[in-house]
Design a protein around this ligand. Structure first.
Ligand SMILES: *Cc1c(COP(=O)(O)O)cnc(C)c1O
Length: 222
């Protein structure tokens, strides 16, 4: 299937309540252009430098999502244009994003990444760290960031029950946060689900899926 066909097939499976992030990491600009021509306007990348190079050459009505682990010293390169940062796992990182966003007179939307998988290699906060972050005095002073939701990755396993359980846990935390609102906290996006598990994620209440290989084909890391 072509990129266009894959994209349109996946889109036809998503209800209106679920936003598709086309994960284009490692893929050439020509692949992104094909998806763009098929109507896709939200792209996800996991390396700031690669995303910035693509942002420079692609049409300016694209929303760029940073879905990978963010290095504090690289935030400055994306602060001008990034539309959503999915992988926030510390107050330190949020402070840096706030600082760089201020320089560009912007408010940058962010998702807090929760650790829901069994693997210890996956980044993210646990519930206690989440609570500490959002109730801290420093967080409330960050005027140039907006926390608009949560992101999580399930364990990489064939065990559907395990994946379902992890997504359900994330959804529960998400729901519990929706009643807490402050000037820079208004939780409405639940980013969960990738090529292998987005249907399970949608069943558990995902509002944003991040899909790469099912659109662009498998990636070659060389
Ligand atoms: C690469 C990546 C995806 C997309 O993975 P696919 O399995 O190719 O759909 C989604 N989310 C994150 C955080 C990723 O790094």
């Amino acid at each position: 299937m072509s990129i266009k066909e894959s994209l349109l097939t996946i889109k036809s499976e998503l209800p209106d309540t679920v936003t598709l992030v086309a994960v284009s990491k490692t893929k050439p600009v020509s692949d992104l252009e094909e998806a763009y021509a098929a109507g896709q306007r939200i792209f996800g990348e996991n390396k700031i430098q690669e995303m910035t190079q693509k942002w420079e050459v692609m049409p300016k009505d694209i929303q760029w999502h940073m879905i990978g682990h963010v290095q504090t010293n690289k935030v400055k390169y994306m602060a001008e244009y990034v539309s959503l940062v999915h992988g926030i796992d510390s107050l330190k990182l949020l402070k840096e994003i706030n600082k760089q966003a201020k320089k560009h007179n912007r408010v940058i939307n962010c998702l807090l990444q929760m650790h829901i998988a069994e693997e210890s290699t996956k980044f993210g906060l646990d519930k206690e760290e989440l609570d500490n972050l959002i109730t801290s005095d420093v967080f409330k002073t960050l005027e140039n960031v907006n926390v608009v939701g949560l992101m999580g990755m399930a364990t990489f396993t064939d065990d559907k029950n395990q994946v379902k359980k992890e997504f359900a846990t994330l959804k529960e935390i998400f729901s519990s946060l929706q009643s807490i609102k402050s000037t820079n906290l208004d939780v409405k996006i639940l980013s969960m689900g990738m090529s292998g598990d987005y249907k399970l994620a949608m069943d558990q209440g995902s509002t944003m899926v991040r899909i790469g290989s099912s659109i662009f084909g498998s990636r070659n890391y060389s």
